[in-house]
Ligand binder design. Structure first.
Ligand SMILES: [Zn+2]
Length: 381
């Protein structure tokens, strides 16, 4: 399965319909949540998805006149998913967190799970049942068999995401294995010495986000000026999201074309969510996107992605395995045991490669000098 995302350009009327459709979906979600909650509270009875789905046609006036029936069913399935996750957390003894109501404007997407949507033959319009024929920009070709169609609102822009089934032919890749260390200082360091610098736009966007955050907190709560500032902040976030996606597409293409086995550290999702440091959170999100894109592109090219345990990758000596403690400010790994002295990120990348099982048993590593360093991969930001 692969996702294709395109920008939509609804006219005024269509945008109004889209917004009210999202509102209807939100209302259904919240009402169905109330039904589940009350049935349990009052009669100790579990309401299941099937019941709620079967009850839908009875609510004809309320929902069905305005929204395609399958879109409504998808709303109920999302609620089921929220409850499934809740029950799973209860079973596992975690903090359960009962499914929450969706506040106004907090319901941002709707899905046609099978039908009710079609592309015009010239691929310039997307027709959505009960909404209309909306202008679409197919900036890259849509491939495979379309399974679902999701319409998303992103602040004040609209997008469609097609989820497609794509056949991948088995191919073999002639390239070599590589380890990738993703960091804060540089975007990534490869085990062959290639350095991918942080794209400048990420830093600039970060600055902009900070500035706009400050602006929001200066404005009075509930004021129109604050609302406006919040919208500007959301736009800045959207911009960095789009830039990140774009960058990840380009870099993952380079990696998939050049290497047969690409190894990353396994991401700690829990750490990611708890991280409040802005720069770090942006890097983590970029990293996640990069791994996702590289995985499917590598598969297409006949290669693969391996994820390894991140423990001690920066402290361990990639040549002799000795632990060489160093804090973040120390940029060179210098081993007192075997004498290896290389850039700390390169050392980490070599450890990552070694853990994939594809690195040479004791990798001969040369100190990187200007003369033996190959031309770096060029990724345009
Ligand atoms: Zn060593």
């Amino acid at each position: 399965m692969r996702s294709y995302r395109y920008r939509l350009f609804p006219n005024r009327t269509q945008e109004t319909v889209l917004i009210s459709t999202l509102e209807t979906c939100r209302r259904l979600y919240n009402n169905a949540l109330v039904e589940r909650r009350d049935a349990w509270k009052d009669e100790l009875r579990c309401v299941i998805y099937r019941e709620q789905q079967d009850a839908l046609p009875g609510n004809k006036d309320e929902y069905q006149q305005q929204v395609h029936s399958q879109v409504l069913q998808d709303v109920l399935r999302r609620l089921r998913k929220a409850f499934d996750a809740f029950f799973r957390r209860v079973r596992n003894g975690e903090t359960p967190g009962y499914p929450r109501f969706k506040g106004k404007g907090r319901y941002d997407s709707l899905t046609y799970p099978q039908s009710g949507f079609s592309l015009s033959p010239d691929e310039r319009r997307l027709t959505l049942s009960k909404i209309g024929s909306i202008r679409i920009e197919l900036h890259r070709p849509l491939e495979g068999r379309v399974k679902t169609c999701t319409i998303k609102r992103d602040v004040d822009q609209w997008y469609v995401v097609f989820s497609c089934e794509v056949e991948v032919e088995a191919r073999s890749h002639g390239g070599t294995a590589v380890g990738v260390d993703v960091g804060l200082e540089k975007f990534a360091t490869l085990s062959d010495g290639t350095v991918i610098e942080n794209p400048r736009f990420l830093r600039e966007s970060e600055r902009k986000i900070k500035k706009r955050q400050r602006r929001v907190s200066r404005r009075n709560k509930g004021s129109n000026r604050r609302k406006k500032a919040k919208k500007e902040l959301a736009r800045a976030h959207r911009k960095v999201r789009n830039q990140r996606t774009d960058f990840a597409h380009k870099l993952s293409r380079q990696l998939a074309d050049n290497y047969s086995t690409i190894t990353f550290e396994k991401l700690n999702i829990l750490n990611m969510v708890q991280n409040h440091h802005l720069a770090k959170s942006i890097v983590d999100a970029s990293w996640n996107t990069l791994i996702q894109y590289t995985t499917y592109k590598a598969e297409e090219a006949g290669g693969k992605v391996v994820l390894v345990d991140p423990k001690n990758t920066s402290q361990m000596c990639s040549r002799c395995g000795m632990l060489v403690k160093k804090d973040l400010s120390v940029r060179v790994h210098s081993c007192w045991n075997c004498g290896l002295a290389i850039d700390r990120d390169l050392n980490a990348a070599l450890n990552i490669l070694n853990r994939s099982g594809w690195g040479p048993p004791d990798a001969p590593v040369e100190l990187e000098t200007a003369s033996n360093r190959e031309a770096p991969l060029v990724v345009e930001g």
